[in-house]
Design a protein around this ligand. Structure first.
Ligand code: PAZ
Length: 307
C-alpha cells in the first residue's frame, strides 16, 4: 500500500515541469551559497472522492503559517521552495485582500488610480512591494491540490535537496490528510445521489516522514508541525512523533490559539524531552511566524555547530 500513492495515476500533471523548475532554481540561485535552503510546505491537501473530481474532502488550513514564515525566512537570507496548496495564502500577496479595494484606492485629479496613503494598505504597500521585488528571485513556489500531488512533490524535491545535506531545512507546516481513497476504490465518475446513506471507506495515507528523515534527506534539519484540538495530548503526540521519525524538532500548536502560541518540542542529545513555549504575548514582534523562524534558525545554527 505504501507505494501505491506513487503510481503514475496519482502523478501531478505538472510534475516534470515543476521538478525541472526546481532543478534550475537550485542550480542558478542556490548552488554555491552558504545560506540555508528551506522547503516550506503550506496549506491543506484535498482528498478526491471521484476520479473525475466533483467532490473532495478538505481541511481548515489557510496557508498563513507557511506563507508568513516564508517571508521571514527570505528576510533572514534563506532560499525558499514553497510547496503550497493552490489558492491558499501566498507570501507578500497575503497582505492584500478584496475588501481593501474601496478603502485603499482612489482616483486623483488626472484620473489616475492611486493608492490612498492614509489607508491600512497604503501605509504598508510600498514596503511589501519592495520586499516582494527584493526577494522574489530567492523564492520558488510550487502548487499542489491533492494529498497524492503533495507527496509526489515532497519526494521529488527531497531528491533534489538531499545533496545540500545539512544546508537544507524542511519546515513542514502543511495540513496533510491522514486518510485517502486509493484509485482502485474510487468512483470513476460523479457519485450519483440517492435516498440511501453514502458509505465511503477511507484508507490511511502512507506515512512519508520516516522516509524523508531517514532515507530521502537524512542529513537535513527537519522540522514538522503537530496540530491538536485537545491541548492535553499535544506534547505526548509530539514526543511520539519525535521517537518514531527522529526529526530535529516538532512545533506543536492547537487549533484555537495557533496564531498566538506554539511549543517547540525536541530531544536533547541525552534524549531528554525539551519544551519551549513561543508566543506573541510580551514580544515586540507582531507575527508569531517571525518568532518561530528566529527561534528555529537559532536551533538550526546550534545543531550545525554541534554536527
Ligand atoms: O495554515 P494555517 O496557518 O491556517 O494553519 C497552520 C497549521 C495549523 C496547519 C500548522 O501550524 C500545522 O500545525 N500543520 C501541521 C498539521 C498536522 O498535520 O498536525
Amino acid at each position: 500500500m505504501s507505494d501505491d500513492i506513487f503510481r503514475d495515476a496519482y502523478k501531478p500533471a505538472e510534475y516534470n515541469s515543476n521538478i525541472s523548475k526546481a532543478k534550475v532554481y537550485l542550480t542558478t540561485c542556490a548552488i554555491n551559497c552558504d545560506s540555508p535552503i528551506v522547503l516550506v510546505t503550506s496549506g491543506g491537501t484535498t482528498v478526491p472522492l471521484e476520479c473525475n473530481t466533483v467532490r473532495f474532502i478538505d481541511n481548515f488550513s489557510t496557508g498563513k503559517r507557511g506563507s508568513a514564515s516564508t517571508e521571514y525566512f527570505l528576510r533572514r537570507n534563506c532560499y525558499v521552495i514553497l510547496l503550497h496548496r493552490s489558492g491558499s495564502l501566498r507570501p507578500f500577496f497575503r497582505h492584500f485582500d478584496a475588501n481593501m479595494v474601496d478603502e485603499a484606492f482612489s482616483v486623483d485629479e488626472r484620473d489616475d488610480l492611486v493608492v490612498r496613503k492614509d489607508s491600512e494598505l497604503g501605509k504598508n504597500f510600498r514596503s511589501i512591494y519592495d520586499a516582494y521585488h527584493k526577494f522574489r528571485n530567492k523564492l520558488l513556489m510550487i502548487e499542489f491540490e491533492t494529498c497524492s500531488e503533495y507527496l509526489w512533490y515532497l519526494r521529488g524535491i527531497a531528491n533534489l535537496l538531499t545533496s545540500y545535506k545539512s544546508n537544507a531545512i524542511y519546515y513542514m507546516a502543511a495540513a496533510v490528510s491522514d486518510y485517502y481513497i486509493p484509485r482502485d476504490a474510487m468512483s470513476e465518475h460523479k457519485i450519483q445521489s440517492s435516498d440511501a446513506a453514502l458509505d465511503i471507506k477511507l484508507f490511511p495515507v502512507p506515512k512519508m516522514l520516516g522516509h524523508l528523515c531517514n532515507t530521502w534527506s537524512p542529513e537535513a534539519f527537519s522540522v514538522t508541525f503537530k496540530l491538536e484540538t485537545d491541548s492535553t495530548i499535544l506534547i505526548s503526540k509530539a514526543e511520539r512523533s519525535l521517537q518514531r521519525y527522529k526529526q530535529n524538532l516538532v512545533i506543536g500548536n492547537t487549533l484555537s490559539d495557533r496564531r498566538v502560541r506554539v511549543t517547540f518540542i525536541s530531544h536533547s542529545k541525552d534524549n531528554v524531552l525539551k519544551e519551549r513555549l513561543c508566543e506573541t504575548k510580551g514580544s515586540d514582534k507582531s507575527e508569531l511566524e517571525e518568532l518561530i523562524v528566529d527561534e528555529l534558525l537559532s536551533s538550526y545554527r546550534l545543531w550545525l555547530s554541534s554536527e
